[in-house]
Structures are given as C-alpha cells and as structure tokens.
Design a protein around this ligand. Sequence first.
Ligand SMILES: *[C@@H]1O[C@H](CO)[C@@H](O)[C@H](O)[C@H]1NC(C)=O
Ligand SMILES: *[C@@H]1O[C@H](CO)[C@@H](O)[C@H](O)[C@H]1NC(C)=O
Ligand SMILES: *[C@@H]1O[C@H](CO)[C@@H](O)[C@H](O)[C@H]1NC(C)=O
Ligand SMILES: *[C@@H]1O[C@H](CO)[C@@H](O)[C@H](O)[C@H]1NC(C)=O
Length: 605
Amino acid sequence: MRGGLCRPLRSVAMLLLLLLSPWVSPGASGAANPCCSFPCQHKGVCVQVGTEGYVCDCTRTGYFGPNCTFPEFWMRLRDALKPSPAFYHFLLTHFQWFWSIVNNTFVRDTLMRLVLTVRANMIPSPPTYNSAYGYISWEAYANVSYFTRVLPPVPDDCPTPMGTKGPAELPDVHLVAERFLLRRTFRPDPQGSNLMFAFFAQHFTHQFFKTSGKMGHGFTRALGHGVDLGNVYGDNLERQHELRLFRDGKLKFQVVDGEMYPPTVLEAPVHMIYPKHIPPEKQLAVGQEVFGLLPGLMMYATLWLREHNRVCDVLKGEHPTWGDEQLFQTARLILIGETIKIVIEDYVQHLSGYYLQLKFDPELLFGVQFQYRNRIAVEFNQLYHWHPLMPDSFLIQDEDYSYQQFVYNTTLLTDYGVEALVEAFSKQRAGQVGGGQNINPNLLKVAIGVIEESRLLRLQPFNEYRKRFGMRPYTSFRELTGDEEKAAELEELYGDIDALEFYPGLLVEKSQPNGIFGESMVEIGAPFSLKGLFGNPICSPEYWKPSTFGGATGFEMVNTATLQKLVCRNVKRCPYVAFRVPRDGEEAAAPASSGQGEKEPSAEL
Ligand SMILES: *[C@@H]1O[C@H](CO)[C@@H](O)[C@H](O)[C@H]1NC(C)=O
Ligand SMILES: *[C@@H]1O[C@H](CO)[C@@H](O)[C@H](O)[C@H]1NC(C)=O
Ligand SMILES: *[C@@H]1O[C@H](CO)[C@@H](O)[C@H](O)[C@H]1NC(C)=O
Ligand SMILES: *[C@@H]1O[C@H](CO)[C@@H](O)[C@H](O)[C@H]1NC(C)=O
C-alpha cells in the first residue's frame, strides 16, 4: 500500500485520532490484564492502563477505534479488493504457460519486487520485542543475545496459558506429539523434495538457529542474526582462527583418498559435539559444533570447505599481491553471496512450487524503502523445525542405514565420498512437512522440545499469528485440519481453536493441494526468510558491486551460483544433484547431452 496522494488526508485522520484517543476501555470482567484477550486487531499495540483498562495504539495500522477494528477509507477499499493468500498461491502454482511468458519480460522483476516488499514488510525492522520484553525497549533493541519476537509474549498474569482462551493447563506435550505429530506410515512430500533438500535446510539454518545452552531459551549464540556462514567459519573469531590455515586465505583440511575433507579436531582444536566413544582422530572439525551428528551435514560442510579453498585459488590467481587475510575475507563474502543465490533460486524456488521464476537481484530493492538489517526471531526458529522431512532410514547405494547406524557415523562420509552421498540423497524422497503425523519416532523428542520451549517463552496462540501475517484466523479445528476425526481430538485437548499452540498448529494444518506445507507455514515463514536473505549487508547498494567480491570474476561466481555448480565444481565425477527426486526418465537423460547449454547434468527445478 503506497498511497502517495492520500498522505495529507491520512495525516489529518491520524491527528483526529490522536485527539480522540485514548479510548480507555474497561477490561473483560474479572480478568486482571485486559491485554490477555488480545483485543487489539490489525497489529494494534495493547497497553494496559490503570488496573483494568487498556488502550490499543492503532498508529499507522490503517484502522481506528478502541480495538483498531474500523478501517480508514483506503483500508476498507483495500480489504474489499485484496484477494486471499490462497488465491495468490493458486495463481503462482498454476498456468505454467502464462508464467513462462512472464519469465522473459520485465513483469518478472516487477512481481519479484512485489513479493519481496510485501513479504519483507511483514517483519518489523528494526526489531521490536523479545522473550523478556513485551514492549519496545532499548534493551530489547540493543542486546543481540536475544532472539527477537514478532508478537510479544502472552502476559504473565493471564487466566490461561494462551491468554483467556483454552484450558487452565495446556495438554500434555507427549500426548500432543504422539497423537498429532508421530508418523504412522511415511508420507512423501508431493513436491518431490529429497534428502539433499532436507540436509541443506538443516545445514543452512544452523548458522542462525543456535539457541544458547548457557543463557537459556530465548537467547542465541549466533550473533550475526542471518547468513554469515558461521556454520562454515565458526560463530566467533577464536574458532575461525583455529579453522584457518593462514595461508592463501584457506581453511584447514585433510586429504583422504586424494580428496579434501574437514580437518580432525587434533589439527583444528575446536569444540565439537560427539559421543565419548568417538576418538579425536575421527572427529571432524567444522564451523558448527553439531555437524558431526549427521553425515548429510558433514557432506555439506565438506562441499563448502572445498568451495572456499577453490575460490581462494581463483582469487589468488587474480590478485597475487593479496595477503591471507584479504583472500580469506573476500572468499567468505563470495560464499555468502553464493549461498543466498542458491537459497533463493534453487531452494526457495523448489519449496514454493511457484512457476514465477524467482530472482536473486538486490538491485530490485534499490528504489524502495528497505532496511539492510535482520534479527532472527523465536517464531522463525520454532517454525523451521521441519523434522517430518526425515525418512525412516537412509538408502545409500544398496545399503539401508538405520538411524542408529547413520547418526554420528564418522566414517560413512569418507567411505562413500561426496559424490555417492549427493547422488543417494538426491534420489531419496523426504517426507511431507504439513498435514500432521509424519515425524519419525526417533525425532519426536525434538518436536516435544519445540512445544515445551514455546510454553516456556509464552508464545501467543496460532490464530494470533495467522492474523499478524495477514491471514484470517481459523474458526474451527475442522477448518484447520479438514479432517473430522483429528478436529474432534484437538478440540477435546485444546477446547478452543483460539487456544491452539503455534507449532502444533503449523504442523497439523491441512497441506496445500499437492504441497509440502499448509498455508500458514508459507505465509509466516516466507517473510522471515526473504527479509533475512535480502536484508544481508552484501545486498545493500554500498556492498553490491564487483569490487566487494574481488572484481568481476568473484561477482560472476555469486551471480551464477547454483546447487549443481557447488557440487560439480568440487567433485571429480558430477552426480545427479537437485533439491527434488528425478522426474521419470530425467536421470537417464541427464549425464548425456541434456539439451542444455552446459555439459553438466540438469538441476533445473
Ligand atoms: C473491543 O474488545 C473488547 C474485548 O475483546 C470488547 O469487549 C469490546 O466490545 C470491543 N469493542 C469494540 C468497539 O469492538
Ligand atoms: C525462464 O527464462 C530463463 C532465461 O530466459 C530460462 O533459462 C528458463 O528456463 C525459463 N524458465 C521457465 C520456467 O520458463
Ligand atoms: C543480554 O541480556 C542478558 C540477560 O539479561 C545478559 O545476561 C547479557 O549480559 C546481556 N548481553 C549484553 C551484551 O549486554
Ligand atoms: C557407519 O557406516 C559404515 C559405512 O560407511 C558402516 O559400515 C558402519 O557399520 C556404520 N557404523 C555404524 C556404527 O553403524
């Protein structure tokens, strides 16, 4: 909404509103804190006044009245004309012929800019609340050890944990997890996502989702709050220095069977989390301390390690006078750029299912208001627990590995090599995230932890988040799940749809037709994601130029990065690689001439 003409009119309306305010409304009968019922609509801010009253601050919401429910004229018009998110989603995932035309016109840029601004504007920037501060404060702004929050916590003095709705005590977490989240039989993602996708998601997000063990829930150790590749370089300078070779900008490595792998903790003494029985000479050292957990994570760590050292060689060739530090720092920026490019054009493109071809071009935002900053939110961390992606076992060549054989298996990566794992993970399907009951029993404890955390941090109800991100709140469990039986069970436990918790809501919501997620996961997740990617400093006008990346060659590497190149430039034999399983016939055709410009097999999405 950019009503340039309406500005003066709006200012007058605002002034009138200010004069009429405050509308101190009496609180709901008996409730200590009237803000507990979340009376303020349309992003209005609830402030308790006196002992039982409250005021909704409706400033710049486009609405007025005691609860910010009356639209100003142009808002009324917009509300009347604005189609639902479901409608946009339908358009973007149908009519391929139409989108293939759009793809080659300026309309693609216009739409991409629109998607970016509409989504990113959902995220407050500078950040507002955190788990300790449900009101704007300097401490919440300045102390970056906190994850931020889009909605403030449910006040402490409310009649129920969810405010005023639902039971006085929330249902047992184990019961919720076992009934609604536990997998009965594996349900594959209809969009064809594979384990290559699942491990990428995990590897990528663990640079900014690092809940602090020491400081507790609501705090993070990843102070970069975004794509800083702390998962490759460590989240602090000391760790980075242990991982660096201090020669030609490179990272330390070891060679096994003629191939480059991360060093052991003997060679790079950093803290890594491994079970006690694994000796130090078997423990690999990388930026993120938890990546020893899964060979899929260590595989990506190896790919990025090789890419970093490869980029250093290229840079050194162009800049023989540069020292180690400048080569290292410039390579890091190139890898950050490559990551964002791959995330938008391969990963998000696949995830969205859109026919609109997404574009990573920071210049799209140079003409509009946009803040180049980001703060990771608790809600983003909560919603990104996509454990339903994980299969029941891991199929590599002809071997089926159970969780017990796969987890913390330090030899699997070097036994098979990167190529074989990429190929295996690219061909094995991942599970559908939405729709409920699709988490493997080995991982259910993670989901339980997520729900426990959300209770500890007093996250607002699912429906409040629906409203905050521009969706209509659900009116019944039936509408949420599309399933009579599940709806009845949920109703029995939660009593009221307005008391449903955030994470269970996201996972039990009915999936979009042939989609990996339900609507809310997309509508709430996409704004956080796009804001985090485009809010990176490398996307700002001051940074986004060839010299930042060591010149035209480095800039070109960023602008042409793909998942396929990341793999194929760093292995001897280029395998099938994509974020989804091959379509019928695709794989057979791929290694030969695929009709594409490049010799490498197709990773088109
Ligand atoms: C505002 O919300 C309160 C609490 O939900 C309600 O009692 C009151 O009737 C509402 N007022 C208006 C004008 O909608
Ligand atoms: C969009 O256009 C680009 C280049 O013009 C082309 O490589 C790509 O295959 C097109 N994609 C679709 C979905 O039409
Ligand atoms: C951030 O807040 C926490 C909790 O109050 C405190 O322990 C920590 O020292 C603060 N960090 C900074 C940098 O002030
Ligand atoms: C680890 O993987 C290897 C194959 O690379 C397998 O032979 C071995 O049994 C696995 N280890 C465990 C503890 O299952």
